[in-house]
Design a protein around this ligand. Structure first.
Ligand code: ADP
Length: 497
């Protein structure tokens, strides 16, 4: 029987999903299950790794049965995962030693501060392309080894394994036979040297992490092992990648003039920069991009903390909207934002500003300010913040952006997409399949197993659903950006006590 489908597992922060793609790259099935979020202390966020596996394996089986398929119909599995989330488990029992520490968790801020005080930030930055921030896995792993009773001794005896969620899913899929990760996930740990593509002995020693716990690293498109779980037996696991890098691949963004922006709760922007890991001079991250060979490829990355979440705030806290989708019509009911700017720095500002103390600011209110103006300013703020990251990318690499490919929940908002195009003066392209994370690992798995012959298939199969062209002049765009800069200035002034 021909194996005509690829199964993509998309293990996200709030849900586990499984999707099926056919040879034309069409999405033909999807199942999803949410799982619990644990907040044991202020700033701490944990997941139960067993529940992650239980929900992920359940949706994988469900998507097959709902589409009348079994393991024999599947050519390969690709795994995309929430990045940086850290699991430590026993190699013999397969049981986690502690709940997984999620990427959002801030408990290791003190460890990062101490490393910074010891003058080590430049070293970490140079070798890993990252900043010393609790976001990344390395300090979370150190915390687990230092705080779970007996963990360090067990680690030194080689009894326990560390992994990001990709490794944890692979371990479980293969019934504890395989402990591997891919280079995109490794590049988010603060432990991996992105220049030579190796775990870095010096950084491991600074963080006091024994090498015995580490997974073996491979390119994202690679034969990682064979699934051994009931219902999935014998399917090759042929791709693993962190969700944002998977989305960059799924958007078929391969050249430096292209970038992708995922407009979800936050905005995640990535842009390929080729085969040289040039460090950012404008406060962005350098990270590894997906490949199907040992040749390393790099991307530059910046995140906006509050993207679509500002619309949730208008809906849930201010009651200005019943549904996020109403925001476009309301914004378009006024000709402009009436001179107001909303800077939604609810939990600080992300790239390229990196101001943890900043808080939200609303500038320019008059008696004429209406709910429609506020909604419009909120949507515009999503675009202004994304533009700040895109301009930092332009400045870093000297290559102007040629087009922006978009996905995520808020990319459905036509007003927002048009405004983004106006502001950046580039076309904004929304693809037919906006499940680009799953599509990315499906492509990687398909290329690795010969299901698809070469990457050009992918470029041909990527189809645009709607294209937004700039509809204002460059001068008008500059005027808009000037207003935003003044509002940012006001925000920063407020946070400087
Ligand atoms: P995540 O994966 O981060 O949970 P999604 O990609 O599902 O996010 O997108 C959800 C976010 O997009 C929410 O914050 C929501 O407010 C926003 N959103 C959804 N639809 C729209 C819309 N039509 N206009 C603006 N924002 C929207």
């Amino acid at each position: 029987m021909p194996r005509d489908y690829i199964l993509a597992l998309d293990q996200g922060t709030t849900s586990s999903r499984a999707l099926l793609f056919d040879r034309e790259g069409h999405q033909i099935g999807i199942e999803q299950r949410e799982f619990s979020q644990h907040f044991p202390e202020d700033g701490w966020v944990e997941h139960d790794a067993n529940q992650i596996w239980a929900t992920q394996s359940a949706v994988a089986i469900e998507v097959l049965s709902r589409n009348q398929m079994d393991a024999e119909d599947i050519a390969a599995i690709g795994i995309a995962n929430q990045r940086e989330t850290t699991v430590l488990w026993h190699r013999t029992t397969g049981q986690p030693l502690h709940r997984a520490i999620v990427w959002q968790d801030r408990r290791t801020a003190g460890i990062c501060q101490n490393l910074r005080a010891a003058g080590l930030e430049a070293k970490f930055q140079e070798k890993t392309g990252l900043r010393l921030d609790p976001y990344f896995s390395g300090t979370k792993l150190k915390w687990l080894l230092d705080n779970v009773p007996g963990a360090r001794a067990q680690a030194e005896r080689g009894e326990i394994a560390f992994g990001t969620i990709d490794s944890w899913i692979l371990w479980n899929l293969t019934r504890g036979r395989i402990h591997k990760t891919d280079s995109t996930n490794a590049s988010r740990t603060l432990l991996y040297n992105i220049h030579d593509g190796q775990w870095d002995a010096e950084l491991l020693s600074i963080l006091n992490i024994p090498e015995t716990v580490l997974p073996e690293v491979h390119p994202s498109g690679h034969f990682f092992g064979e699934a051994a779980r009931a219902g999935l037996e014998g399917i090759p696991v042929a791709a693993m990648a962190g969700d944002q890098q998977a989305a960059l691949f799924g958007q078929a963004c391969f050249v430096p003039g292209q970038a992708k922006n995922t407009y979800g709760t936050g905005c995640f922007l990535l842009r390929p920069i080729g085969s040289k890991p040039s460090p950012s001079r404008h406060n962005l991250l350098t990270t590894l991009a997906c490949t199907t060979s040992d040749h390393l490829a790099y991307a530059t990355e910046g995140s906006v903390f509050i993207g679509g979440a500002v619309i949730q705030w208008l809906r849930d806290s201010l009651g200005l909207l019943k549904d996020a989708s109403q925001s476009a019509a309301l914004a378009q009911s006024v000709p402009d934002s009436g001179g107001i700017h909303l800077v939604p720095a609810f939990s600080g500002l992300g790239a390229p500003h990196w101001d943890p103390e900043a808080r939200g600011t609303l500038c320019g209110i008059t008696r004429g300010t209406s709910a429609a103006h506020l909604v419009r300013a909120a949507l515009e703020a999503i675009a202004f913040q994304s533009a700040d990251v895109l301009r930092a990318m332009d400045a870093d690499h000297g290559i102007p952006l040629a087009e922006l490919r978009v996905d995520g929940g808020a990319s459905r908002n036509d007003f927002l997409m048009q405004f983004q195009s106006n502001l950046m003066q580039v076309p904004v392209l929304r693809p037919e399949i906006t499940e680009t994370t799953a599509l990315g690992v499906a492509y990687l798995a398909g290329l690795t197993t010969g299901f698809w012959k070469d990457p050009s298939t992918l470029v041909q199969q990527w189809r645009v659903e709607k294209r937004f062209e700039p509809m204002i002049s460059a001068d008008q765009a500059d005027t808009l950006s000037d207003g935003w800069r003044r509002a940012l200035h006001a925000t920063k002034a407020w946070s400087e006590k």
